[in-house]
Design a binder for this molecule. Sequence first.
Ligand code: HEM
Length: 139
Amino acid sequence: MNGLKVARAILLACGALLLVLGLVIWTGSGDRLIPVHIALGVVLVGTLWIICAVAARSGIATGTVVLAAAWGALVIVLGLVQEELVPGNWHWTIQVLHLVISMGAIWWGRRLLQLTVRARSLGAQDPVSGSLVASSSSR
Ligand code: HEM
């Protein structure tokens, strides 16, 4: 298994565990699982950031990589402050937002991995900007 496959496996495993733990927490009977949930969330976002670094080195557009990395930061910040946000009847909107934004980190990780694999198989980078410039049809 190469590094990219390991990163993908960690991303998906953490995502699945976080979803299960999150749903248990949501039922109100899993508050003691919150620290485990947060630790796994940090591993997930750390993995996303490692994928971002590999993607940047593989010539993926800087804007895409920065957006993905910033999304990871947003997941952590929202995860840590969500309990304080919109207390009362409408708190469920924050819970749904947390779920959707957090799942977005998995989407970003998978997307960057796809782009990185494609970039590596094309093996073509602009020597000046480092960005991917060639497609298979142009060669
Ligand atoms: C793919 C990643 C994640 C998924 C699918 C996920 C899912 C969920 C779900 C469904 C809940 C229960 C509903 C709620 O209270 O919002 C929850 C709760 C929670 N999550 Fe996450 N989460 C993820 C990542 C994170 C991260 C990265 C953090 C923090 C760094 C975090 C912190 C929390 C906390 C503190 C709660 C309890 C909130 C409360 O009791 O009000 N989660 N999560």
